[in-house]
Each structure stands twice: as C-alpha cells, then as structure tokens.
Design a protein around this ligand. Sequence first.
Ligand code: SAM
Length: 294
Amino acid sequence: MSALDDLPPLREVIRRHDLSAKKSLGQNFLLDLNLTARIARAGGPLDGITVVEIGPGPGGLTRALIACGARRVIAVERDSRAIAALEEIAAHYPGRLTVVPGDALNVDLATCLDDGPARIVANLPYNIATALLVRWLATEPWPPWFDMMVLMFQREVAERIVATPGEKPYGRLAVLAGWRTHAKIMFDVAPSAFVPPPKVTSSVVRLVPRAAPLPCTRSTLERVTAAAFGQRRKMLRQSLRALGVDPALLLAATGIDGAVRAEEIPVEGFVALANALDAASTPSQDGAGEGKPA
Ligand code: SAM
C-alpha cells in the first residue's frame, strides 16, 4: 500500500516532531501502512464506530483507523512531543480525531464517549499493557461500553490471555479474560515491523465481550484465582486455604477434586468456587457465620 491518506509519510512526521523513541514510554512505532490497516480491520469493519486508541504516538495506526472508516477516534497519548503531530491529523480530518493528552491509566475513557458503538484498538505501550487490559476486563457494569478490543501485546502476554486449562501460560489473566470475553490471537507481528524493533515477537489479540458471563462476583473470582494460582504447584485443597475458609467446604459445594491443581481448572470451575466462597462467607440467617474458619 503506497498511501492511506495524503498526510506526510510517518518517517517525516517523526523527524519533524523529534519523536525519537523513548524506551520508558514503551515506544515501538509501526510505520508499515499495510500492517496498520490490517490491525485497524482485525475486528471487522469500522464504519460508524468510535475507536479509543491508547498511545497513538506519531499516528500511524490512528491514520489507518480513520482511513478504514472509524466514525471518530479518541486517542490518549502521554508523550507531549506527539501531541502536535496528532493535532495535524485532527486538522486533516475535522471532527474525527480527539486527542486526549495524558496517562491512559488516569483517564476515564467512558466519559470521553458519545452515543454509538465504541471499540478499543491499540498498539499498547508494553509496560502498562497488562494493567490496562485487566482494568478493561474489570469494567462495571458488564457488558461494557466497548463492543470489542483489538490489542497488540508481546506474544508471551498474548499467550497468557488466550491460554486454556493444562497449558503452561494458563493463569489468572486467562481466567479473567475467558470469563468475560472470547479471546483470540489474530496474527503475530515480527520485531522487524517496528521502529525501533523490540526484542520479542508481538501478537494482535481480539477480545469480544461475552453478553452474559457466568454469574459471579468479579472480586471474589479474582480472590479465588489469586489463591489458587498463587501456589500453582499445590493441590487446591492446600492452595485454597489462603482464602480463610475451609477448602473442604468449597470443594464439596462445587464437586471439584481437591487433589487437582489450579492449572487444570476451567473457568466454570473457578466461577463455581467463587460462588461457593461467597455463600460460605455470607452469615446464615441466625448470624452463625456458617462456613467461616473457626
Ligand atoms: N500507536 C503507535 C504505533 O503503533 O506506532 C505507537 C505505539 S507505542 C508501542 C506505545 C505508545 O503509547 C507510545 O506513543 C507512548 O508514548 C504511549 N504511551 C506510553 N505510556 C502511556 C500512557 N501511560 N498513557 C498513554 N499513552 C502512553
């Protein structure tokens, strides 16, 4: 692809705005227009959709999102050097790009939105990628304000998101992601596609929110997976002790074998354990605190 738009080439934008990549901001820029368009379209057509992009940098993916039909892009960027470059794109596409200077960890994205479907698409800064994902997966209420997330991670993180029971990367992140979304690795991106190239391969992951995840309290589910995977080599009847409730009660209530390890338990099993923990922690009507440790 020779050009998505008639804006200046990204290399020129980077040079003009002195956007030499900063490692501290996780800056690995994408300059390949075929690749940015492929990422923009990885979740399907963008027509009529408001896209939230975290870390637009010089704006390669931003330009692809707009050129591929996004109704509007809201782009949150922490690097003040990039803001002027992004404002040039905003001027080129009146009303279609809103640049939000600041730290994505402190911006309440939902308040930036207007009506209509919204999607998160980003080549995330790797140092905060998992923290951002966990935050989006913890959105309340659920279903969330976004119809989909299309996110670039280091391959190792992507594997932890989509892992299934019995696989080595299966852990807390896979349970949370699997509980609330259908997550899939769409394609890998070689280090050579970035400027500067990172040390490892990256992957684009698509996460589609489940309309109705199995019912349970998210914070309880997170407590259960923290206990179970906190000692992942131990059997559940041992690791679940960290919850402060007799594991035998939880195991009996769910029919789960106490001799298995966390890595073998599917999402439904953790949801059942979370519900059993809530039930065991709720005082019975006579206030006896049934199920609480002695
Ligand atoms: N989207 C651009 C691309 O694909 O070429 C840049 C991606 S680069 C991997 C990550 C971007 O996130 C950088 O522009 C960096 O400045 C920005 N960034 C880093 N930390 C951030 C934060 N806390 N909030 C918002 N943006 C951040």
